[in-house]
Design a protein around this ligand. Structure first.
Ligand code: RIB
Ligand code: CA
Length: 319
């Protein structure tokens, strides 16, 4: 998808993952997004599976010109924990996927991030939909690129309860030290947590609209929702799966979709039971300077119209 001059340059760092997959489709489809690179991280599955999945998803989308680079295989400090219990053995279980139509970039994720940031005429938005490990490593290895980042918008954390543990959402649980280092960098930060993404449920009407699309992108998306929904029902008794990651891309495409609150954000590193929990001081009880904007409300109808139109436009373009 060629990008108009006004399109927003982004790098999408992800751990595909069913919902990451829909985020990739949305980013590719939107004329308002200039997807400069996709970088992969461990998380929903191993780094090798996440990387293969990213290549396959872009192939499905008909997008062969966005560089994909492989990132971290594990977190900065703690033991590796993966999310295959939700996303299946491949990390993208359910429908068969096309073989990758293009090769992985020979650079690693952090080098590709640096190169894209240095080459961009305007500051780049970093979209993180998995653990923050690659971004933290970028700040460690190439601190000079920080001013070239417009903002970091990430799916992770929650203003309420967690999912992977009672208090910690999976992405922030998977590498809390990485999130801490990103917070410490002082970069402009927006958090799209579970409190927001649990408003983005792929209810039966949404899946039926995917199923009614007469092309492989729509059918594949519906099957992703089927597998993802089954996992969410078995693990957390959800009637429909929250499609977390596209909320970040949707917020960039249509700023009116989500309401935000500026607040003080911290991540718990010490708690025996709460490591990885995000602390959002919405009532300023600590009196600390705010350091992030956290997502609060979602216009769910507009969100799903945006996502479904994107899936349908890609499917029709590639039919
Ligand atoms: O907790 C949900 C998040 O963890 C999503 O980004 C999902 O893809 C997994 O990475
Ligand atoms: Ca993800």
């Amino acid at each position: 998808m060629t990008s108009a001059d006004s399109a927003l340059p982004i790098i999408l760092d992800c751990d595909p993952g069913h919902d990451d997959a829909v985020a990739i489709l949305l980013a590719v489809a939107s004329e308002k997004i200039d997807l400069k690179a996709v970088t992969t991280c461990f998380g929903n599955c191993s780094i090798d599976d996440a990387t293969r999945n990213a290549l396959q998803i872009l192939t499905l989308a008909g997008e062969h010109d966005v560089p994909v680079a492989k990132g971290a295989a594990g977190p900065l400090v703690q033991e590796l924990e993966l999310g295959n219990y939700v996303h299946g053995e491949s990390g993208l279980d359910g429908p068969a996927m096309p073989a990758p139509a293009f090769a992985l970039d020979e650079r690693d994720a952090v080098t590709l991030m640096k190169d894209v940031l240095e080459a961009s005429a305007t500051p780049v938005t970093m979209v993180i939909t998995g653990p923050m490990t690659n971004l933290a490593q970028l700040f460690r290895n190439h601190p000079a690129v920080t001013p070239r980042i417009r903002e970091v918008i990430f799916m992770g954390g929650s203003t309420e309860r967690g999912n992977h543990t009672p208090s910690a959402e999976f992405n922030t649980f998977a590498d809390p030290e990485a999130l801490q280092e990103v917070i410490d960098s002082g970069v402009a930060l927006r958090m799209v947590g579970l409190n927001l993404t649990h408003q983005a449920l792929a209810v039966p009407d949404v899946v039926e609209r995917m199923r009614a699309m007469d092309h492989v992108v729509g059918q594949t998306s519906a099957e992703w929702m089927g597998f993802f929904g089954n996992s969410y029902n078995q693990v957390w008794s959800f009637e429909a799966p929250p499609v977390h990651d596209p909320c970040t891309i949707a917020a960039l495409i249509n700023p009116d979709l989500i309401t935000w609150q500026r607040t003080f954000l911290a991540v718990e590193l010490e708690g025996k039971w709460s490591r990885g929990e995000t602390i959002t001081d919405l009532h300023n009880r600590f009196g600390n300077e705010p350091n992030a904007d956290v997502a609060i409300g979602l216009d769910r109808d507009a969100y799903w119209d945006l996502v479904l139109n994107a899936i349908d436009s890609l499917g029709q373009k590639n039919s």
